[in-house]
Design a protein. Structure first.
Length: 326
């Protein structure tokens, strides 16, 4: 029996109707796999090896398909007794902890890297989680990028704004639409925006030319083992907003991939595979690639519901084919 373990956020913090990790757990349960739950705090280094303090998890079938958000706390899942096992003895470990990408996150990748050395198949590869910042990694493909700069120098950021007039400023470690500002021509708060985001020049940020096509949606495209799902979720900003993120009030609309969408996904796909980035979500606005999300890609349930597909099952079936024990 395949043993899969999830390093994830606390169960009580999850959105039952939308959470992509729960979709994966449900798919693993249908396959009859052993499924274990861990949080970051449950990983440790003891006696010369990486250990996981795991609890087996089972979703109540009453909620496994619908994940009804009206379920009472703990009513929709059961946890087994906690045991400590070597992480390397687990077949597949899914790193599904939401950002922030902070030092605790990096320390977790150190432990998961040891698990990988000891035989576990870790998704996504811990070293690549550290190396590939979700916003900056996209600059590897300048042919798909809008005009942008990354700097902590306020003069460079102001000059970029002066050149392009309408600019999006964002932190490199932001998520869910947090700390994103649009500065139009003659923006009176330009200096305040730059000072705030860079913390007075101490941290680099990204300035990106505003892409008007955002009104038609910020498309999330999921990629499994280098190949895109055939559909995207266009996250459309609510009235008066420039951010399409669902967490920022955007609404999701299912779309078939365009020729340009597919070109972007298929161009970067082989590089993702080489880096051990098996499950990835890219963001495309108009013709431009804006982010490559590798830490905890979402939107599985939204796409499943729009198109009657099962992305989590496709992902796990792919992992099952790839996984081999030494």
């Amino acid at each position: 029996m395949t043993h899969i373990a999830f390093v994830m956020d606390p169960l009580e913090s999850l959105n039952l109707k939308k959470d992509s990790t729960l979709a994966m757990i449900s798919a693993a349960q249908k396959k009859g796999w052993q499924i274990s739950y861990m949080e970051q705090k449950d990983l440790a280094w003891e006696d010369g090896e990486a250990l996981g303090y795991i609890k087996n998890i089972e979703l109540d079938e009453k909620f496994a398909n619908t994940l009804d958000s009206s379920a009472a706390p703990r009513e929709w899942y059961k946890l087994g007794k906690e045991i400590a096992i070597p992480l390397g003895s687990i077949d597949i470990i899914m790193m599904r902890k939401d950002p922030p990408f902070d030092m605790d996150y990096i320390y977790t990748t150190y432990l998961l890297e040891r698990a990988e050395i000891d035989g576990a198949f870790v998704v996504n590869r811990p070293g690549s989680l550290r190396d590939c910042n979700e916003k900056f990694f996209a600059t590897k493909y300048p042919q798909f990028q809008p005009p942008l700069v990354v700097s902590q120098r306020q003069d460079i950021l102001r000059e970029f704004h002066s050149k392009h007039d309408d600019v999006i400023f964002k932190c490199l470690d932001g998520m869910g639409g947090a700390r994103i500002f649009r500065a139009k021509e003659k923006e009176p708060n330009l200096n305040v925006i730059i000072e705030t985001l860079t913390e007075n020049g101490r941290h680099p940020i990204m300035a990106q030319k505003y892409i008007p096509e955002i009104v038609d949606g910020d498309k999330r495209i999921l990629i499994i083992d280098g190949k895109p799902i055939d559909y995207a979720l266009a996250r459309i900003p609510m009235s008066g907003e420039t951010r399409g993120n669902l967490a920022a009030g955007g609404t999701g609309e299912g779309r078939k991939l365009t020729t340009r969408d597919r070109l972007i996904a298929e161009t970067i796909g082989p590089d993702l595979v080489d880096r051990g980035l098996i499950f990835v979500g890219i963001d495309v606005i108009g013709d431009f690639l804006t982010e490559i999300n590798i830490t905890c890609p979402t939107c599985i349930r939204e796409l499943d519901n729009h198109f009657e597909i099962n992305i989590a099952d496709d992902l796990l079936s792919n992992l099952e084919k790839r996984f081999t024990k030494p």
